[in-house]
Structure formats: structure tokens, C-alpha cells
Design a protein around this ligand. Structure first.
Ligand SMILES: [Zn+2]
Length: 198
């Protein structure tokens, strides 16, 4: 069983925030618990909750079943994020399906890139999608649901097996972006053929 899905929204440079003691705060709404450790990030909470609530409605309209409660952990720095997810710096967020949890890098970083809604919708999609989907379908469909467009040229003529390998273990941010573009194209063709979204 696949335990993790990663967001393949890319950021453009490594972050090197200062390491400091963390005081976590938890915020709740019906169906969501959000944990932050940074005052700077707390200011985006209203937007975050609104986005998640809207996305929950949209997931149900797509015929998917989001978990009853989702746990969102917003990390105050890269070290905290990497410790929790083991993801490279260029992966902005990770969805952990068995725990109904998503881990995000600092919201201020996500917001600066105009990606807050897209990242939340993308990861939330992974928590609600059927778990036996191949990665290309999961990632491509999550991008469609999140309204994300590819940020690089798709890897040409790549086999499904090779695409799965790259998505599972991307060698660098550029190859990942190109693999995501290939997944997006495949997912678009897949859903077009079926005449409906998931
Ligand atoms: Zn993803």
C-alpha cells in the first residue's frame, strides 16, 4: 500500500530558516485540525480553513470520500518539515494517507508563490482518492482538481513504469516537474476518454 503522496508543486530555491524552539498551536473546525508553530503563518488560517471546506465539498461532488477529519501540520522551518516528511526542499507538501494528514512547508512561502489554495486542494485530493491508483493518475488528477498547470515540458515518450519510478523517487526538481507534466497529460487523456472527472 502506498503510504505517501507528495505535492509536486515546486519552489525555486532551498530555504535556510533559522532553527529555533517551537511552540505548536492547534486550531480546529468541524473536520479539520490545523497545527502551526509560527505567528507569521497563523495569519493565513482563515484562508486555509475556507479553502479546505470548499475543497471538501468539491471532492464529494467528484464522488470521492474525504476522511472525516484531516490533520494539517504547517512547519515553521525546513528542518521541521524534513524531519517529519523526509522530502527534499523542492517538494512543498506531503499527504500521508493512513494518518489522514498533510504536512506543509511555511504558509508564507506557499502564499508568496500564489499556491496556497492549489497546494491544499492537491494534498487533500490525495487523502480522498482511491488508494490503488498508479502515481501518474493520482498526481495528474490531483493537479486537475487543484487547477494546477504543468510548470515544465512533459518528458516525451516515457513508459508508465519509468514515470512511476521518477514520481516515487525524483532525482531533482526539474525531472520531477517534467514527470508531473507527463502525469498531467496522461490523466487528462484518461478522464477525457471516460467523459468525466474522477
Ligand atoms: Zn501530489
Amino acid at each position: 500500500m502506498k503510504a505517501y503522496w507528495v505535492s509536486l508543486i515546486l519552489i525555486s530555491w532551498p530555504l535556510a530558516p533559522p532553527v529555533q524552539a517551537q511552540t505548536w498551536q492547534a486550531y480546529q473546525s468541524p473536520g479539520f485540525t490545523v497545527q502551526t508553530a509560527s505567528k507569521a503563518d497563523a495569519r493565513y488560517l482563515a484562508r486555509l480553513f475556507q479553502t479546505l471546506e470548499r475543497a471538501r465539498k468539491d471532492l464529494k461532488e467528484w464522488g470521492l470520500q474525504p476522511p472525516d477529519r484531516v490533520w494539517v501540520v504547517v512547519h515553521p522551518n525546513l528542518e521541521s518539515y524534513r524531519k517529519a516528511t523526509a522530502q527534499p526542499w523542492f517538494v512543498l507538501a506531503q499527504a500521508n494517507r493512513p494518518q489522514h494528514r498533510m504536512d506543509l512547508q511555511r504558509l508564507s512561502v506557499v502564499v508568496e508563490r500564489g499556491q496556497l489554495e492549489a497546494v491544499l486542494r492537491h494534498e487533500y485530493f490525495h487523502l480522498a482518492q482511491p488508494e490503488d491508483w498508479p502515481s501518474w493518475l493520482a498526481e495528474g488528477s490531483a493537479m486537475i482538481f487543484a487547477g494546477q498547470k504543468p510548470t515544465a515540458k512533459a518528458l516525451p515518450g516515457i513508459s508508465a513504469a519509468r514515470l512511476e519510478e521518477i514520481l516515487a523517487n525524483p532525482p531533482n526538481s526539474q525531472t520531477l516537474a517534467r514527470a508531473m507534466a507527463a502525469a498531467y497529460d496522461r490523466a487528462r487523456a484518461y478522464w477525457k476518454k471516460r467523459g468525466r472527472a474522477p
